[in-house]
Design a protein around this ligand. Structure first.
Ligand code: KG4
Ligand code: ZN
Length: 380
């Protein structure tokens, strides 16, 4: 079969992205427009603003992705777009544009689950490097601002199958990074800044108890569910950080930092570092250590109870340096290969959407023109 060029479009949260990927294994172009500057003053994503920014960015962004790939609207073989999960209004921008393109160009339209995209970011890059040695099934930890999910992923004749074997019962790991950063006046998003600040702190300074999962799953509405031993919970640690701030009288220092940062047009990492006294550096390092330990230990425990041959760690939080180093060390000790996407493909992008669409393209698993956004879409 000749090469297939798939144009991917992603707009589920606060990144507008377009990319062309050849046959699921070569990223020919990848353009991402981040809305961080828009949402930063609010300390989190504002859905209405996200939709407006996607609308503004999407047409020039797709044009740029095609130009960078030396492709045209007519030359691509299919249009792939994120159907969910994500913000409904944000998803709709990408979906409407993808539908319009597919209709006008008479090209197949492919709907992709965003979480499946994160998993395929790893496959895309490994194939691009020429790695044909991957063994299946894969145990994938998708860890981002909206998700902390464990999937067993299997390649089947008709495409990929995913079995969810664990998820967060409350906050996602990235959400905990973002909320703690907001509490400590460290800006938005919280992950990258806490990642860098932690290097300057003592991770053993504060002991945070790892979530014990004593409370029921808020998604289960009181009903027990099978396989809960692989679940996560990060709202407790966020509250523990808040309690630490209160009991150690850190409020004043936080407000001073908030004021000083607000006076700077574009604060750099050095500014944040200079405005963080040792107590804050130690606090974030200890917080990060607790989350990393929990993610690594629960994932490896899940791997031991399943027939997973390979581990994938993907999603925005997979960009975290300590998470990568700890996973690499512990997985190696257990003789399990672990793969991550490169940092640009860890956070939201459209190359992962175009890559995940390729098996669907081969299986002619196309979306009808009337499909809609699915904000709470599950991955199966
Ligand atoms: O995958 P992503 O771009 O969007 C979602 O699908 O949610 O992930 C964004 C999340 C944010 O919560 C952000 O704080 C976190 O990923 N993140 C990180 C790092 N870079 C981004 N968390 C920890 N360390 C990082 N270096
Ligand atoms: Zn994502």
């Amino acid at each position: 079969m000749s090469d297939a060029y798939i144009l991917g479009i992603e707009s589920s949260c606060d990144e507008t992205a377009a990319s062309v990927v050849r046959s699921g294994e070569k990223m020919v172009s990848n353009v991402v427009f981040s809305q961080i500057a828009t949402h930063q003053p609010y300390g989190g994503v504002v859905p209405e603003l996200a939709s407006r920014e996607h609308l503004r960015a999407i047409v020039p962004l797709v044009r740029k992705a095609l130009e960078d790939a030396h492709q045209t609207y007519q030359s691509v073989d299919a249009i792939a777009v994120t159907q969910g999960p994500g913000l409904a209004g944000a998803l709709l921008v990408g979906i409407s544009y993808a539908k319009a393109l597919a209709f006008a160009l008479e090209k197949p339209l492919i709907a992709v689950n965003h979480l499946e995209g994160h998993i395929h970011a790893v496959l895309l890059e490994e194939r691009q490097k020429g790695n044909r040695e991957l063994n299946f099934p894969v145990l994938a930890l998708v860890v981002s601002g909206g998700h902390t999910h464990l999937y067993l992923a299997r390649e089947q004749p008709k495409g990929w199958m995913y079995e969810n074997i664990g998820h967060t019962r409350d906050d996602a790991a990235g959400e905990a990074f973002d909320k703690v950063a907001k509490l400590l006046a460290l800006g938005y998003p919280g992950g990258p800044i806490i990642d860098k600040l932690s290097v300057h702190g003592n991770p053993a300074a504060v002991r945070f108890p790892i979530s014990q999962l004593k409370h029921p799953d808020r998604n289960d509405k009181g009903r027990p569910r099978a396989g809960q031993q692989h679940d996560f919970s990060y709202s407790g640690i966020k509250t523990a950080v808040l309690r630490y701030v209160e009991t150690h009288s850190m409020r004043e220092a936080i407000e001073t930092r908030r004021r000083k940062l607000a006076e700077m047009p574009q604060p750099k990492f050095e500014d944040y570092l200079a405005l963080c006294e040792q107590e804050t550096r130690d606090l974030v390092a200890s917080f990060q250590r607790a989350i990393v330990e929990d993610l690594v230990e629960k994932t490896l425990a899940a791997a031991r109870t399943t027939e997973a041959a390979t581990l994938f760690v993907t999603g925005g939080v997979a960009a975290n340096a300590e998470l990568r180093a700890t996973f690499e060390q512990r997985a190696a000790e257990e003789g399990r290969p672990v793969y991550f996407p490169s940092r640009p493909l860890s956070t939201d992008n459209a190359a992962m959407i175009a890559a995940a669409a390729y098996p669907k393209f081969l299986a002619k698993d196309f979306a009808p023109m009337d499909f809609s956004a699915e904000a709470g879409m599950a991955l199966r």
